[in-house]
Design a protein around this ligand. Structure first.
Ligand code: SF4
Length: 693
């Protein structure tokens, strides 16, 4: 949607960063400059933007953006090269590795920020052009445990099964481990409107965040104990006779086992595990059960654990037992984080999935997608390693890597180890817009276009498919990711099947997704031009599906599945050597690994570096003052950052944001213990000690 104004054309599009996918207008001036303007017609953010969205154009014109391919020369330095030289080098590096060690020695690593078209093309490229099973993406680190819990309970994973506009109209929201005030500030208005309408807000977070300050009730459990907390609430629901027996009988299976598991977690035990007093547990149950409708929304807090799937499952059980799912204004939802975290997990860049959210192990799914791709289903590789396992295999089983849209040197758990694994690769190619910490290690760096310079679709945390429109002509010497894959596929002998026009890729994605769980076949660019997004599933001819599960759940029998779960400790608990808990998270002015936002002056000024948040009692015990430089030490390494003393955190816990590389890199410390169901690492808790540096 382009309109002409006196001050230059305006393009309606969406923010390049988080999963809220705020609408914005971009006005381009005669000098090629671009300004962000409000787009009040987009219903999710109604014109509001956070600082990241407002300043997003700064990366487009940044002096440090990549504008020329780089190839590591004989001197060992990255040196300017032509596109022909760079693509030849990548194709040769990947092909050579496949010839020498087998196709599974070639890996592909994608990102939750890639558009649907790119995620689709990357998955196809891995399986058809490289014929490797070794593809996964950084979304595995984001919400994969919630996705797995969704699948297990409801038979379908769409982060929010209802639009955000339902949130203010429900009676109570339990927000678990989400700091919306920092991660997606425009979404706070839904919580404010909830309270204005008489609803109540319970926030579960070990820190009294700016979001928790808005709550009617703040529960601050010890990190790693959300599972016990949910079980304790369910225990009280049962003990106080607040279950919805008709709903349980009509629409669920597995209640007796889940009920028995919850009854083993009596409130006093849960208080001991979580540190949340029993009266506050009772108050939470009263608030959640009193209104007709209620929701539980989770984010990374309960999800990024080695028991993340079971933890989310426990919150889902609470919803099901109280009849708060599959009904208007009620349900469980996950607030996905990355810009295309939802769509990025639906179209084939996940190790175990094919487009349309189909299972790679399902013969019918393989046959359908192989038909669209024009290949033999038997030639499609099977599932590969999950993201951390793939990164951990670099330099051994996986010897060459193509990486798009991710910066694991900063964002992976146990990051120093992963950095070492990346350094040990025989060959690394990175496509990015800036020279990220991972790109710095590459043999070939491919400079690619940015969000405003190309069209493409994303799927927001609501499951709303959106069109990002091209507003600008890219610099002459950068190419799109789709052009990169087209050029590489041709060099690998696959001349057809990798178009460069995003709409052409989307048309193929529609067919590949048809009949699958995430069916996009009824969505087209023409519809997206005309509408404010379309909710999937959207089979051909459908208006889309804003609200899921109202008649039946997506399981074979249409019933939601209770899954019995039990509390267990985090993979690491404090001991004499490492007596504290570390939890990690985000700040409002930075995004993910900071590769883009650290290059925006205004954001850098607001959040120039990492810090260690600690309670005044802990600070007194350590004898440190505000701003004193601290070393945080875990079994995996050491990170150094200044102290920020606040009583908004538990005295047994320290917090670090993870957006920075170098000596303040929080992920040097984090634990890669994996959730066995989803492959999610335990970013949110590990044992540390803190000492003056
Ligand atoms: Fe962009 Fe998210 Fe900020 Fe909205 S909340 S402007 S989508 S970063």
């Amino acid at each position: 949607m382009h309109t002409e104004g006196t001050a230059g054309p305006v393009t309606a599009t969406h923010c390049p960063y988080c999963a809220l996918q705020c609408g914005m207008n971009l006005r381009t001036g005669p000098d090629g400059g671009v300004e962000v303007e409000e787009r009040p017609d987009f219903p999710v953010n109604r014109g509001a933007l956070c600082g990241k969205g407002r300043t997003a154009p700064a990366v487009l014109s940044s002096r440090v953006r990549l504008t020329q391919p780089l190839v590591r020369g004989r001197t060992g330095r990255l040196e300017p090269a032509t596109w022909e030289q760079a693509l030849d080098a990548v194709a040769e590096g990947l092909a050579r590795t496949g010839r020498s060690y087998g196709q599974d020695a070639v890996g592909v690593f994608g990102g939750g920020g890639l558009t649907n078209e790119k995620a689709y093309a990357l998955g196809k490229f891995a399986r058809v052009a490289l014929r490797t099973s070794q593809i996964d993406y950084n979304g595995r680190f984001c919400m994969s445990s919630a996705a797995a819990a969704h699948q297990r309970a409801f038979g379908l994973d769409r982060g929010l099964p209802f639009p955000l506009e339902d949130v203010p109209r429900t009676g109570c929201v339990i927000l678990v481990g989400s700091n919306l005030a920092e991660t997606m500030p425009p979404a706070l208005r839904f919580l404010r409107e909830l309270k204005d309408n008489g609803g109540t807000l319970i926030v579960v977070d070990p820190r009294r965040t700016r979001t928790a300050e808005q709550a009617d009730l703040h529960l601050a459990p010890r990190p790693g104990t959300d599972l016990a907390l949910a079980l304790g609430l369910l225990h009280l629901v049962v003990a106080e006779g607040r279950t919805d027996e008709p709903f349980i009988a009509d629409r669920t299976t597995g209640w007796p086992e889940a009920r028995a598991a919850a009854m083993a977690h009596w409130p006093e035990l849960v208080e001991r595990i979580t540190g949340v007093p029993v009266p506050r547990l009772r108050e939470a149950v009263r608030m959640f059960c009193a209104p007709e409708s209620a929701m539980v929304l989770t984010a990374r807090g309960p999800e990024q654990h080695s028991k993340g799937t079971d933890t989310v499952g426990a919150w889902i059980n609470l919803c099901l037992a109280t009849g708060r799912a599959g009904r208007p204004l009620s349900g469980y939802g996950c607030l996905t984080g990355q810009g295309n975290g939802q769509g990025g997990r639906e179209h084939g860049q996940k190790a175990d999935q094919l487009p349309g959210y189909r299972k790679l192990t399902d013969p019918a799914a393989r046959a359908h997608v192989a038909g669209v791709w024009g290949v033999d289903p038997d030639d499609l590789p099977g599932p590969g390693r999950s993201a951390y396992e793939l990164l951990d295999a670099l330099g051994t089983d996986v010897r060459a890597l193509l990486l798009m849209g991710s910066n694991p040197v900063v964002s992976a758990p146990r990051a120093a180890h992963i950095e070492g694994r990346i350094r040990s690769l025989d060959f690394l190619a990175v496509a990015d817009v800036v020279l990220s910490e991972t790109a710095e290690l590459a043999d070939v760096v491919l400079p690619v276009t940015q969000w405003a310079e190309e069209s493409g679709t994303t799927t927001s945390l609501e499951g709303r498919v959106l069109l990002r429109r091209r507003a600008l002509t890219p610099p002459p010497s950068v190419r799109t990711d789709l052009e990169v894959l087209h050029g590489l596929a041709a060099r690998l002998g696959v001349e057809k099947g990798f178009p460069t026009a995003p709409e052409e890729v989307f048309e193929e994605l529609r067919r590949a997704s048809q009949g699958g769980p995430a069916d996009y076949s009824g969505i087209s660019y023409a519809r997206l031009e005309a509408e404010q997004g379309v909710f999937w599933p959207c089979p051909d001819g459908s208006p889309g599906t804003p609200r899921l599960f109202l008649d039946r759940f997506a399981t074979d029998d249409g019933r939601a599945r209770f899954v019995p779960v039990a509390h267990r400790d985090a993979a690491e608990v404090p001991d004499a050597q490492y007596p504290l808990l570390l939890t990690t998270g985000r700040v409002v002015a930075q995004y993910q690994s900071g590769a883009q936002t650290r290059r925006v002056a205004e954001l850098n000024a607001a959040a120039p570096g990492p810090f260690v948040e600690l309670h005044p009692r802990l600070a007194a015990r350590l004898g440190v003052a505000e701003g004193a430089v601290l070393a945080v030490v875990s079994r995996r390494g050491r990170a150094v950052a200044p102290a920020r003393i606040t009583d908004a955190i538990r005295a047994d816990t320290v917090f670090m944001p993870f957006h920075w590389p170098g000596e303040g890199r929080a992920n040097t410390l984090t634990n890669p213990a994996l959730d066995p169901v989803s492959g999610m690492p335990e970013f949110k808790t590990c044992a540390v000690r803190v000492e003056p540096a």
